[in-house]
Design a protein around this ligand. Structure first.
Ligand code: SF4
Length: 251
């Protein structure tokens, strides 16, 4: 591995960690006075200051809750509980407001997510952001938390296997216990089937309310499916599902 690649990898890891801290609600990190001697070319580091600004616009999070999520992340560690660890670049833990009323649960990371260590950042992620922000009038980072049932990318984006879901599911469950949302939305069949503990036919069961450990659970299409089958009917279906969610959230 070249020195340049090592530096790139380190910067990527640093960026991922800073984004994680931002998601957990940290606004500033006190720095040593001589930090400005470091020659980072990063827009998020202000070398004129002795603090590192992460989210000046955000004053949202319960630090205790953030610490609980952080504890789950620490427990996950450099996870090797299933074979998906072999091909991953990054574990994709989750992102958003740890205090959110609304949690979206997807299936698993794709290539972009694996690369960046963040959920729903590829094409399907953009579609999900559009659904949240244009369709629901909410802010993705401020009003929702997003995670997946598995935290490492399956090879070739295949569906996660039973043993992989069993190994990873407890961490998604812990995230939900910690966040205590008012509503959960399962995106697509694997997520819906995992949360309900039975095979789900998403085309038949979407748009209906279920229950996940006392929390109202709405099933809808995965945004990647929506992009593949971009019909008026499917778009309307997701829009209507999200209107039901907004109603339960009192919005
Ligand atoms: S998918 Fe989950 S259980 Fe499997 S290695 Fe990744 S983090 Fe661990």
């Amino acid at each position: 591995m070249s020195a340049e690649k090592t530096k790139t990898q380190r910067l990527r890891e640093l960026k991922n960690y800073l984004v994680f801290l931002k998601d957990q609600g940290y606004r500033d990190i006190p720095l040593e006075k001589n930090i400005d001697k470091l020659n980072f070319d990063s827009e998020i580091i202000n070398s004129q200051s002795d603090t590192l600004s992460l989210t000046p616009e955000s004053a949202i999070t319960s630090q205790n809750l953030s610490m609980e999520l952080n504890a789950i992340l620490k427990e996950l560690g450099d996870c090797k509980r299933c074979k998906l660890c072999e091909g991953r670049t990054n574990i994709v833990f989750g992102s958003g407001n740890p205090n959110a009323d609304l949690v979206f649960v997807g299936e698993g990371p794709g290539a972009d997510e694996d690369e960046q260590g963040l959920p729903f950042v590829g094409k399907a992620g953009k579609k999900l952001t559009e659904i949240i922000e244009k369709g629901m009038g909410m802010n993705r980072e401020r009003d929702t938390y997003i995670c997946n049932i598995i935290k490492c990318r399956p090879p070739g984006n295949r569906n996660p296997e039973k043993d992989e879901i069993s190994a990873c599911k407890p961490f998604m469950q812990k995230q939900i216990h910690c966040i205590k949302p008012k509503v959960i939305v399962a995106l697509g069949r694997p997520s819906a089937s995992t949360l309900l503990g039975r095979p789900v036919t998403i085309t038949k069961e979407r748009g209906n309310w279920f229950n996940y450990e006392g929390v109202p659970l709405m099933l809808t299409y995965h945004p990647a499916y929506l992009l593949r089958a971009y019909t008026l009917e499917n778009r309307r279906a997701v829009f209507e599902d999200m209107q039901k969610v907004l109603k339960v959230l009192g919005k």
